[in-house]
Design a protein around this ligand. Structure first.
Ligand code: SAH
Length: 249
């Protein structure tokens, strides 16, 4: 049976995944806690990625080489970039790019040296399965959230977007930087700090990867009101429901 890695970016999101696992046990490798167990009867290992590309790449490598996973699913939050990508929407990555990779003029801007490319793809089959899980979550969960939470974060009609996800070792929190990214990479939907690192490692090992991100902010000056509350009451519940729907299928 293929073992699935479920990677979360933040503690609240990991907690909502661990709540679905009846029998997990902890193994510490490289200072990371890997939770090995089952979810809906399937073999899984859940772990925090660590924040940033180096932490993410190390976690991905350990999952593949020390835990023998056969596919990796990542769930987290991200800043929305594309027009119409709003707080509470969900972005499913179909491609990844490291927006802070720049070995120009030796290599074209954003190209990863040695790979001849800037963009890495999600696994189409795994992303399709995650798409169904996201749609199922969006059809049910928002109606079950506390109306005060829906109102506070404007979650009336959350949407699923699919396309390019950017990663870099920077929390993007100014309108200037967000606009610069949108000008440089007009098809980018969202920005975070880990996905493209996972994608490069998964490319090296031929490992299927899919990444889903709930939009927690617009990557601009309007740092949103209450990030911890959004994480606890929205993003981590989205993560748990998406993962549950993925394993029910
Ligand atoms: N205050 C947070 C700090 C982590 S936020 C905490 O409670 O721990 C950074 C995480 O959110 C990263 O894992 C990144 O992938 C994601 N993220 C969300 N919005 C982002 C943005 N605007 N720019 C970059 N990363 C973002």
């Amino acid at each position: 049976m293929t073992r699935t890695a479920i990677v979360a970016a933040l503690h609240d999101e990991l907690a909502s995944v661990l709540a679905l696992m009846p029998d997990e046990h902890r193994q510490v490798v490289g200072g990371r806690e890997f939770w090995v167990g089952h979810l809906h009867g399937q073999d899984v290992v859940a772990v925090l990625s660590g924040i940033g590309k180096v932490a993410a790449a190390t976690t991905a490598t350990l999952l593949i080489r020390s835990f023998g996973v056969g596919r990796i699913v990542f769930t987290g939050v991200a800043g929305g970039l594309g027009p119409g990508v709003k707080v509470g929407d969900v972005v499913l990555a179909r491609a990844f790019l490291q927006h802070d990779m720049d070995a120009s003029p030796i290599f074209p801007r954003h190209e990863v040296p040695g790979y001849g490319r800037a963009r890495f793809d999600a696994d189409p089959g795994l992303a399709d399965a995650l798409e169904l899980a996201c749609e199922r979550m969006l059809h049910t969960l928002p109606q079950h959230l506390d109306p005060a939470v829906v109102h506070a974060f404007g979650l009336q009609a959350p949407r699923l977007h699919q396309g390019l996800l950017l990663s870099g070792d920077r929390f993007v929190a100014t309108t200037g930087e967000s606009q610069a990214l949108q000008r440089e990479l007009p098809d980018a939907l969202a920005v975070e700090m880990e996905g493209a690192a996972f994608a490069q490692v998964c490319h090296d090992f031929g490992m299927p990867l899919a990444v889903v991100r709930t939009i927690s902010d617009r990557a601009d000056d309007l740092a949103h009101v209450d990030f911890p509350r959004f994480l606890r009451e929205v993003a981590s519940r989205y993560s748990g429901a998406i993962i549950e729907a993925l394993f029910e299928n």
